[in-house]
Design a binder for this molecule. Sequence first.
Ligand SMILES: NC(=O)c1ccc[n+]([C@@H]2O[C@H](COP(=O)([O-])OP(=O)(O)OC[C@H]3O[C@@H](n4cnc5c(N)ncnc54)[C@H](OP(=O)(O)O)[C@@H]3O)[C@@H](O)[C@H]2O)c1
Length: 252
Amino acid sequence: MNLKLKNKIALITGSSKGIGRSISDSLKQEQCKIILNGRTNSTLKNAANSMGENTDYFVADVTNSKACEKLRDYISKKYGRLDILVCNVGDGTSFPSGNETHKEWQKMFEVNFFSAVNVIQTFKELLSKNNGVITCISSIAGIETISVPIAYASAKSALNTYVKQISKPLAEMEIRINAVVPGNIFFEGSVWEKKQKENPKKVKNFIKNQVPLKRFGKPEEIGSIVSFLSSSKASFITGSIFVIDGGQTNSF
Ligand SMILES: NC(=O)c1ccc[n+]([C@@H]2O[C@H](COP(=O)([O-])OP(=O)(O)OC[C@H]3O[C@@H](n4cnc5c(N)ncnc54)[C@H](OP(=O)(O)O)[C@@H]3O)[C@@H](O)[C@H]2O)c1
């Protein structure tokens, strides 16, 4: 796309696989220097090796503030700055709606809300050195009532509100922040691949009836908008929510 992102330092949380990995590929194509993150050393190492040069990685559970501080200290010492932060960690697997325990609510907010808030709090000073840009990966579950666990939907809804409202104090630090809200994204090893294997007919009908474009989204379709938002071509955009769902939430 030639977004003029060459040599920008980009941290993508939860990027050993799935959407986070695809966002990393997209930013790499724009010649960013990539820092992958996840909790498992082996999968991160494999991902970094397959991406080639200018790809670094750091193991950290971003639901843990102390681990976030270690990640920041590593980046600060090695690179001296951070230009692009993508808060991608999230997980929709939970109890059926209405059966959650207090512990489960906390777990879902940790992984879907505090995973972003922790990292943003920890990195904002470093990001402010260089007009940093943040993108949070949310979900359509946070904007419309769809058939997913309530705890996931509530945490993503909180994340969307956080992005809108934190944009003002972050703007004072010359940092932009936006959220990208995916619909149903299909990739190898995804939740949707699992569901399709379990009941292909049900999944086919769901997509045909609920998604006007009548298909799944591809992870690279999330990667391309994140790259755009991370660039100066999006320099007047902050506190905004971008829905990438093939029209699903407009078709109720
Ligand atoms: N897939 C979809 O259809 C879809 C739709 C809407 C929204 N989303 C959102 O998109 C984002 C990515 O989803 P995905 O389906 O690509 O996820 P995924 O395939 O489950 O990948 C999650 C990644 O995050 C890492 N991770 C998980 N917990 C972490 C933690 N606490 N600290 C650091 N890394 C962690 C995982 O590696 P380790 O397990 O090794 O840590 C892995 O690299 C999520 O926020 C999700 O809610 C997905």
